[in-house]
Write a protein that binds this ligand. Sequence first.
Ligand SMILES: NC(=O)c1ccc[n+]([C@@H]2O[C@H](COP(=O)([O-])OP(=O)(O)OC[C@H]3O[C@@H](n4cnc5c(N)ncnc54)[C@H](O)[C@@H]3O)[C@@H](O)[C@H]2O)c1
Length: 326
Amino acid sequence: MRISGSRILMTGGAGFIGSHLVDELITRNASRVIVVDTLWLGTEGNLADARQAGDLTLLKEDAASYFALKAILERERIDVVFNLATCPLNYSFVHPRGAYMTSVEIAANLAELLRGGAFGHLVHFSTSEIYGSAVQTPMSEDHPTRPTTPYAAGKLAADVLLGSYVELFSLPVMTIRPFNNYGPRQNDGSYAAVIPLTIRRILAGERPVLEGSGDQTRDFTYVKDTARLTAALAETSAWGQTLNLACAEEVAIGDVIRAISRLMGYTGSIDRQPERRGDHLRHLADTSRARALVAFDPLTPFERGLEATIQWYSRRGATDASRAHL
Ligand SMILES: NC(=O)c1ccc[n+]([C@@H]2O[C@H](COP(=O)([O-])OP(=O)(O)OC[C@H]3O[C@@H](n4cnc5c(N)ncnc54)[C@H](O)[C@@H]3O)[C@@H](O)[C@H]2O)c1
């Protein structure tokens, strides 16, 4: 599938990874990009660069609505759908059913619409959260799955559902399974992840917070690398496959918070809180399957990515007051 000249629809495209992927697709000369996003966590501002650069339309619609998606797909003659819409992991602690159902409903809608010929190819976003804590490292796509949050359970259910459609109907679905991402435009309001949250706290003159021992590890990828690699993988013929996407480097969360503090010149103390329920001890990806398909290197070194991320939040200033309710 060639991105150049393609008509693309992206669910969740006004969010963090989605908006960077929109930028990448427009750079690769997609002929038209339609973003379907409720703008619950995503923002129009995230798409400002893309609007300048290409043919972009933002539709404030719920991808969990089958009929809304169907009408858009019938009208727009879409070649490929990138499915990124999701409720964040932390949201699933307070609204477990909603987080689970959103992932499943959107995947079920897209599976049915793809089966009916409403569009040509589906690139679906999964998550490393479905694996749970590593029982063997590095973690390949065949690592056992043990979701410990309703978010991860919903993402796994979506993957399983799409896998069954691939088996039964030979549909062109590619499942991208990123490990943790970081970078500009990541939500730093409610339900935020550790990197944007730590930067926000330091910028606001507050103390950073470390949950648990700090020895728990993650495999962090700079978001622009994820966007580049996803677009490159979509141009391969790896339909029917599931592909881990990560740097394949393990970083302890305590070291992440200390690195951000150092880079921001913060010398105060770090607040300690108990370990988060459902947290994982270790994550380290085996990316050999995707590396056999596209050139990964050069990947952004973690410290360089952190610097760029801190610069972006510092320039942007405080969290948008209109998002304080989130
Ligand atoms: N951020 C990470 O570290 C990470 C890691 C692995 C996988 N992922 C996956 O990548 C994808 C994108 O994640 P992100 O971090 O950019 O999240 P995000 O919250 O920034 O973006 C998700 C977007 O989906 C939108 N949305 C939510 N429900 C919707 C619905 N029903 N209909 C339409 N839009 C809806 C939100 O408004 C938001 O703009 C998700 O599928 C996520 O599971 C993210």
